[in-house]
Design a protein around this ligand. Sequence first.
Ligand code: ADP
Ligand code: ASP
Ligand code: MG
Length: 406
Amino acid sequence: MSQKIIVQKYGGTSVKSPERIKAVASRIRSYTEKGYSVVVVVSAMGKTTDVLIDLAKELSDNPSKREMDMLLSTGEQVSIALLAIALHEAGIDAISYTGSQIRMMTDGNFSNAKIANISTDKIMKSLSENKVVIVAGFQGIDEDDNITTLGRGGSDTSAVALAAVLGTRDCEIYTDVDGVYTADPRMIPATRKLKEISYDEMLELARLGAGVLHSRSVEFAKKFNIRLHVRSSFSFEEGTIVMPMEEMVEKFIISGITAKQDEAKVTIRHIPDKPGISAKLFNALGEYKIYVNMIVQSTGHDNRASISFTVKKEDLKKTIEICTELNKEIGGSAVEAKENIAIVSAVGVGMLSSYGVAGKMFGVLSEQNINIEMISTSEIGISCVIDSMYAELAAKVLHKAFIEAN
Ligand code: ADP
Ligand code: ASP
Ligand code: MG
């Protein structure tokens, strides 16, 4: 086995057809010819995962989460076998493994499982036999041998986790764009490609809706100091390197704008303004594994307050049920829900040392008469909840003010 291991991940569009799979095989060959030991992670072909979800929905509004994971994992199993066949045809020895075959152990949280550990034995043995190792992304198994999946876009995380356990710093994420841009190029034409971006900014962008990387993959990359190279499988251009902030040459005040539209806002008014009420509410949501993003509580008045927060749209129904039940106990007003919201955000490490970014952001939105319904900030990000009909406009004007103008 040659010494240098590289992990490469190819997303759905990169393996969407036999032609694209052949192109991936020939790219992999160029790495084996350079002496690399290659571990490849692949996603399901094209829109396969969406097609499988739609199929299940034709049978049930509320399919079992275990069976959904069983179903969705088949998409990646098809791709690994086809890529192995294409590599064999190109004269490269290769072997494919599902998540369970390499003991990609996760917790039992179906549809959003977290990786706990991975055995490297099989992979290292196959690499030592000079084989390209192909691993199915997005999937693992729990302690009871149930198949689990890591959440939409989770193949990125499978790849980075493999790079971590195999002890390599090199992980390439091949996709349909040639890097990380200052905004989603599908939404904003004037977007710019970033040569490099820090783990913290990328994590914040991914968390706030930049779909190019699964946020947990960036968390792992930061933790294990893995340089992620996000690049296109359709060209040979250099992409974007996600790296430690200290190693970066270029730093911007704002490096990205996002608009996230998969969350809904929940408001409960007139709740008692006393210790323990918020704890009760959010503990109850936590018990049902409901991920709460932004939370705003109003200043109390007449011993009553109101609280608003956002949850994933898919969790809205359950959230309303839980809050309505809890309301019987705490005596708040009826639960209000708004689905047509967007969270627009500006992210950049430069915010750590600049003044006035929040004021400028609110000003840019108000010039367009866009009402801000909630605000939240972190050290390197500012997010505003607005009506979803203004999502694209807001992202465009923020991009113009913070990125194009500089
Ligand atoms: P893959 O199937 O390869 O994992 P994804 O669809 O998950 O691909 O991610 C790539 C897509 O992410 C791009 O086509 C692009 O539209 C979208 N995207 C969103 N935000 C950004 C961004 N800031 N930079 C680049 N791409 C982005
Ligand atoms: N196939 C899965 C999805 O579509 C995982 C991935 O592509 O990363 O979400
Ligand atoms: Mg993806």
